[in-house]
Design a protein around this ligand. Sequence first.
Ligand code: 5GP
Length: 367
Amino acid sequence: MRIYDDIQLDYCDVLLRPKRSRLASRNDVEIQREYDFKWCPRTLKATGIIASNMATTGTFAIAREMQKQHLMCALHKHYSAEELIDFLTKNKAEFSSNELLFISSGVSDADYEKITTVLKTGLVQNVCIDVANGYSPYLIDYVSKVRKAWPDLLIMAGNVVTGDMCEDLILSGADIVKIGIGPGSVCTTRKLTGVGRPQFSTVIECADAAHGVSGTVCADGGCTVPGDICKSFCAGADFVMLGGMLAGHEESGGELCTKHIQTNELDLIDDKTCALKIEEHQYKTFYGMSSAFAQEKHYGGMKKYRASEGKLVELPFRGPLEPTLLSILGGIRSCMTYIGAKRLKDMPKCATFYRVNRQLNTIFGNE
Ligand code: 5GP
């Protein structure tokens, strides 16, 4: 048995140190980056924020909103091949290419068959292959098999949290390694299994390892505010994947429901009667892909040997996604001016972090 003594940090454990900069305004920064890859010969121009391939965020409607801002989306794997082909055909007419979209795959034969059907159309050339435990031998084998069959594909694979496994995945054919075990907003893996690693430290180690073998990383999970995305890019993430921050919107999946909540205020009904005021609030459901709810919904029930590693939550309905995306992009631009990074790619080399005990003043709430 061994214990690593180095302190492992989360986004909330650090803050960025501002620096004197020549950047006069937020318009002086370039938040789109040109990416090139170890295996895939194509380059990609985008701001590397990817909507998670969860059933509630990897939706067609979210994909459209992301692309409007040059952001990316990993479409979830519960769409059929026909649904994907139909959407990708229309999307290509609207956005002239599908280069900002990934289709998703597990590691089963059925997954392979489905992605083959979609990839054969030539409509999409990016695939996100993920399993909860990226240390399983099935993942490496599957990545090698897909790479062999499709040498020019952009392959993202995960999830892992250590440098050694990032290197293995890249050398087996992945261009982007998806990193993060347990940081997700609706994930209960750490609670159930005790396994996981604080995400900020994960990004630092994995980015360094992946870059060393010409690969890239996608930091998946744990971002709660735009500042966390900034910290992630600064820690070395090439891409950042978001679930919870994009959930609960008009374009998100999940059920919209209305609740009537009794308040402490009085409502005058007529000049003699009053009653406690009832307010109407809207909520949208959001659930982890390994939750009992997801198992029921997408796989027709929970297998006996499996336990739920995710939860189902109701989020206050947040309206359209666009303002949320604009505030994220505004946060990144502003961060870049604070630290003097002209290009997105420059963020790690411009970043100095403080380790902090307290990040936010929450006296008037967490907003
Ligand atoms: P968030 O941005 O909400 O913090 O994290 C999103 C990520 O959480 C997803 O991209 C995925 O990697 C992870 N995730 C989604 N559902 C589950 C789940 O049910 N269990 C676990 N362990 N992780 C999940």
